[in-house]
Design a protein around this ligand. Sequence first.
Ligand SMILES: Cc1cc2nc3c(=O)[nH]c(=O)nc-3n(C[C@H](O)[C@H](O)[C@H](O)COP(=O)(O)OP(=O)(O)OC[C@H]3O[C@@H](n4cnc5c(N)ncnc54)[C@H](O)[C@@H]3O)c2cc1C
Length: 312
Amino acid sequence: MMALQTEPHLADLLPALRGRVQRDARLGPSTWFRVGGPAEVLVRPADVDDLCTLLRDMPLHVPVTIIGAASNLIVRDGGIAGVVVRLARGFGDIVIDGGGIIAGAAALDAVVAEHAAAACLSGLEFLSGIPGAVGGAVAMNAGAYGGDVASSLDWAEIVTRQGDLLRLSAGEIGFSYRHSGLPPESVVVRARFFAQPGDASAIAARMAEIKASREATQPVRARTGGSTFRNPEGARAWELIDAAGCRGATRGAAQISEKHCNFLINTGGATAADLEGLGEDIRRRVHAASGVTLQWEIKRIGIPAPGLTVVA
Ligand SMILES: Cc1cc2nc3c(=O)[nH]c(=O)nc-3n(C[C@H](O)[C@H](O)[C@H](O)COP(=O)(O)OP(=O)(O)OC[C@H]3O[C@@H](n4cnc5c(N)ncnc54)[C@H](O)[C@@H]3O)c2cc1C
């Protein structure tokens, strides 16, 4: 009898790696929103060399998606085709470096801020309130309370889709508001931030102030993704959403936060389609009320559930 020919699984097309390779890996539980379908293949490279091997030796047509702490993402219910790369151990080192700090891409922003504070270095207090990791902070030009990555980054090291390790200066990355011009499918692996010698108690006070302000104004303990929409030129997204009567609006178990109406929340059991669908409802209602078309700040990635109209 003739043996049946089966297509090789994508995981079988990858080079041998020292890190973990998982097929049909659930992503939802490790995202802030707790929603989303599986990754076709999830790779956690052991270190930079392993990542270079993966990207250099896997077929170029396979799409690559990078996930950090997943605090700014909606992973859609249909999951993500191709390879999802998540950096973990091996990318978390933080080193004080003269008038600056070098951090691996998987180091949490808040931990970088704590290391800087412990070394009496100021200028990075803004990172203390951002729940992502360094790679995501560079990719998103994260910022808060008067600071942002664009104005504090010295350089970032990336691995390109071809598997080459490059060091780019902040100027070469091309930052704009909550956006970076990193090459497509490249992975940030390390970054150096500038910081200045400062007074320990002033740094601690600034970080405490940021924490208190966030707790008072944002649903920081909810299943959320931070600011949903960018602030349009000369306006604030939350004010437009409030004025359109959308504070507290729901769709399934997705809700616009009562506390901060530019935050979407999974109140329990929401799907990615509920969250994205509610976001699209809000965009329509804000447009009808004010003429302004809100732009998503949260990244929505993966394959939509059937029936959902996706707007870029
Ligand atoms: C409660 C709450 C409050 C927030 N407050 C703020 C705030 O004040 N200011 C602010 O700017 N943001 C805020 N955010 C949003 C979010 O924390 C930031 O955008 C953060 O920088 C995202 O980092 P991450 O590691 O979670 O990235 P992810 O959400 O995992 O990914 C975001 C994007 O970055 C890309 N990416 C991630 N890692 C890498 C990497 N290593 N290399 C290349 N690309 C990568 C992903 O592909 C994706 O496009 C908030 C979020 C929450 C939940």
